[in-house]
Design a protein around this ligand. Structure first.
Ligand code: VGL
Ligand code: ZN
Length: 211
């Protein structure tokens, strides 16, 4: 299939931050390989939104906050099961910065998420309590943007949850697979693709997009 990019399409670039890139505290394998692909894609989109994982140093998703717990184990919180992570994307640190190798000067909006100490937020639309909203859906609505194309890190967490919430919000939604890389902990990648399909998200490659 090929898809023509329209003037009211938006590219959502998820969490291309140093902590998710090689050398970072929650590095996604081969994560830097997406950067040239994302840059080339972004040139074709008039509308680009970036998301930024943005945690306080004592965030509940950090294993360091739970005695006896290690990264990639889980805990039960009020809103459900939470995977625990190494400390990452602590606001004000270099690891939280968006990579300077992204070449998207025309990006129009940066959505920060995960800033409430007690609630994680993989999705760029709403936090893990499924109640607190980031404002992204309203923003897209006010800008009259319609189709949402999601890229970035990591496929099986923030990309997947963002795309699933986008589709649930009524936006026709695509994940551009070769512009993502996964953490793939405990089968999370396979589950994410199944959840994305179930949500009605279309899985495409960058080669299928023409401007
Ligand atoms: C992410 C785990 C924790 C992501 C963020 O960007 O996929 N994953 N925080
Ligand atoms: Zn995080």
């Amino acid at each position: 299939m090929s898809f023509e990019i329209k003037s009211d399409d938006v590219l959502v670039v998820v969490d291309v931050q140093y902590d998710f890139l090689p050398g970072g505290s929650l590095a996604v394998a081969d994560g830097d390989a997406i950067i040239p692909v994302v840059n080339a894609l972004a040139k074709k989109f008039a509308n680009v939104v970036l998301t930024q994982d943005w945690h306080p140093a004592d965030h509940v998703s950090f294993a360091s906050q739970h005695a006896g717990k290690a990264p990639f184990e889980t805990v039960e919180l009020d809103y459900g099961t939470q995977v625990l992570w190494p400390n990452h994307c602590v606001w004000g640190t270099r690891g939280a910065e968006i990579s300077a190798d992204l070449d998207i000067p025309h990006a129009q909006m940066i959505i920060r998420k995960g800033f409430n100490r007690a609630i994680d937020s993989y999705s760029g639309f709403q936090e893990a309590d499924r109640t607190s909203l980031t404002g992204l859906a309203s923003y897209l609505g006010e800008r009259n943007l319609s189709r949402v194309f999601v890229v970035g890190l990591a496929t099986d967490f923030c990309v997947a949850w963002t795309a699933i919430d986008s589709a649930a919000g009524g936006f026709e939604t695509f994940v551009i697979e070769d512009a993502t890389r996964a953490i793939d902990a405990n089968g999370s990648l396979e589950k994410a693709w199944a959840d994305l399909e179930e949500a009605g998200v279309t899985r495409i490659t960058s080669a299928e997009l023409i401007s």
